[in-house]
Ligand binder design. Sequence first.
Ligand SMILES: Cc1cc2nc3c(=O)[nH]c(=O)nc-3n(C[C@H](O)[C@H](O)[C@H](O)COP(=O)(O)OP(=O)(O)OC[C@H]3O[C@@H](n4cnc5c(N)ncnc54)[C@H](O)[C@@H]3O)c2cc1C
Length: 477
Amino acid sequence: MKYQVVWFKRDLRIEDHRPIVEAAKHGPVLPLYIVEPELIHAPDFDPSHWTFIRAGLVELNEQLTRLGQALVVRVGDPVEVLSQLQIAKLWAHEETGNWISYQRDRRVRRWARDTNTPITEVPANGVVRRMATRDGWARNWEQRMAEPLLSAPTSLQKSIPGTPIPTHAELGLGPDLRRLAQRGGELAAFQTLDSFLSACGVRYHAELSSPLSAEESCSRLSPYLAYGNLSTRQVVQATRRRIATLNEADASSWRRALRAFDARLHWRCHFMQKLEDAPRIEFENMVRAYDGMREPHWNQEWFDAWKAGQTGFPLVDACMRMLHQNGWINFRMRAMLVSFASYHLWLHWREPSLHLARLFVDYEPGIHYSQFQMQSGTTGINTVRMYSPLKQQQDQDPEGVFVTRWLPELQSGKYPQPIVDHKEAIALARQRIGAVRKQSATRLEASETVRKHGSRKRPPARKERAKPKQDGQQMLF
Ligand SMILES: Cc1cc2nc3c(=O)[nH]c(=O)nc-3n(C[C@H](O)[C@H](O)[C@H](O)COP(=O)(O)OP(=O)(O)OC[C@H]3O[C@@H](n4cnc5c(N)ncnc54)[C@H](O)[C@@H]3O)c2cc1C
């Protein structure tokens, strides 16, 4: 028997899942997940990612089993795995992933062509494949987000036995050290969305920048979106439905909060589009004129101190320590961590980006590398943002509650001295980046980057426009 094979990747859900809906119309479905050794042993992968993915797979398997056909899990190279299956047609979502997944998708498409295996890939979100121009992108995003949500098939024909989902040990992965990380799965994703839209999100816009309040006030949907336990469209539509129900009494704060949130869902795809269009920005400067600017100055000791949360800058270290346990921190603090590595320590962003990829349970390559380059000043098109950890601490944690929570040694007097002098380090960084930024070759390349990656203006949420100090939009020095 030949199957309609539905290949699950970063879309671990059955609701609003076009591949499974379409496949089920055409014949017996084989729902497939491939654990790819090349991906799970790559330097951007962490055992905590497998914990999150595995929880999603366990739940997906239960849901599929209830429909009639359990999940089939294989470990191996996708082309080899697919070659061993009887495929009538292969269905999948388009993935904007890391370089390994990008190359793998090319190999799979080549194999499909060579073996005459029909393959249909459908958009996963607002990212446009083989996009000719950014013009019209925002309109297209709105259209995709407005498409009706798809219900899961009501039943699947049982045709092949399911297989167990491997454990960390079976895959040769080490222990998961993020003991406070979020739990994966479609159910947890929906609960998180519900609690954000009904209660936690009311002060989102005002509380997203402080690591003290952001933990409760941000949506915390990032890992669910990263592994597709929810589709972006589901979140956008739920948010807009909620906005439509607001009454006079709660309208003001909620409306502001949800508009700010909605804007970020748009940014999500906007940033991912950059990696889709230029997959090499995972390891190459977006503007190549910045090549060589930081490489000769690599300082391993500083990098080790940054990774361990031992720089002597309390807010930087507290954020890093929280990440070690939680696998999550808010946007402003991520930006500050990267700014500190890139400017104070003048480290090339590549190794720091891998370290944070492993720490972030919500690691999403498209957002991650685009943001990393932006916060490191190598896009040539964004304002250079150098965050002062001291000012951020005054603004975001004036009582020192957050730093004391994560740095118990502050109390015992065993906390290290700062590894660099803040003022000197920033002055040097400004001089160094300014020298490259003003070269005509850099400017020329930067204007090409604007044409290729620049937003064609979707105005920010209405209320935010009046507020110049919007998160991450200005010099925070
Ligand atoms: C250096 C750096 C690396 C980052 N790496 C990642 C990553 O690997 N994965 C990831 O999901 N986010 C990343 N972000 C963006 C942002 O920090 C997180 O999306 C956010 O903190 C996740 O928490 P939340 O879901 O509660 O966000 P909320 O504030 O509730 O936002 C909702 C969703 O909108 C999207 N979003 C929010 N802020 C941004 C933004 N600035 N750019 C693009 N999309 C955004 C995310 O999908 C997020 O889940 C990075 C930011 C920086 C500065």
